[in-house]
Design a protein around this ligand. Structure first.
Ligand code: IMP
Ligand code: MG
Length: 182
């Protein structure tokens, strides 16, 4: 697996110290509020576990299974794999996703929550945000790291369901992209 990575962008220790800072900010912002975290699976499962253990507030978790990607390109259309969402009426919702690329996924999730949920507020938090030539379809309120517009894997992020368990975030090489293409 390691041989498929061109270069490592963030080691686990770097990620965790950034999560300490993000958790501190989030805990201050939501103190005294009824918080529900909506986590977007599968990509955010490690990020969610590491971030939420650093937030010393009462909170609830709802996990959504969403898919938007095929290979290394966004399809521009997202699929929700579950029909019902947790009742967040009057609660403050924080959406967690692994990465903001085109922003289409996050925008669709925010739109669905805004239309169906009766939440008191909706904000979003991503571990990574790609620096794009064009503008993303939406913004995130909390961002871990800004990265170049390259395809990355590890720490939850996949390429065709591979590499999620790498303990760091790295750029996938062209050879591996071809090998796992489908
Ligand atoms: P968007 O809709 O283009 O913003 O894409 C967001 C989703 O695509 C994320 O939740 C990821 O699952 C996936 N994604 C986007 N860029 C990458 C990447 O570089 N590596 C792995 N997954 C990615
Ligand atoms: Mg993915």
């Amino acid at each position: 697996m390691q041989g498929d990575i061109d270069r490592i962008l963030y080691h686990e220790t770097t990620i965790l110290s950034r999560l300490d800072e993000m958790a501190h900010t989030i805990a201050k912002d939501y103190e005294g509020k009824e918080l529900t975290v909506v986590s977007i699976l599968n990509g955010s499962f490690i990020f969610m576990a590491d971030l939420l253990r650093r937030i010393p507030l009462p909170l609830q978790i709802d996990s959504w299974s969403v898919s938007s990607y095929h290979g290394t390109k966004s399809k521009g259309r997202i699929e929700f794999r579950q029909n019902s969402i947790a009742d967040v009426t009057g609660r403050h919702v924080l959406i967690l996703d692994d990465i903001l690329d085109s922003g289409l996924t996050l925008r669709a999730i925010k739109d669905r929550l805004a239309a169906e949920s009766g939440a008191a507020s909706i904000r979003s938090c991503v571990l990574l945000r790609k620096k794009l030539q064009r503008e993303a379809a939406t913004v995130a309120d909390y961002v871990g790291f800004e990265i170049p517009d390259e395809f990355v894997v590890g720490y939850g992020l996949d390429y065709n369901e591979q590499y999620r368990n790498l303990p760091y975030i790295g750029v996938l090489n062209e050879e591996a992209i071809r090998r796992h293409a489908r």
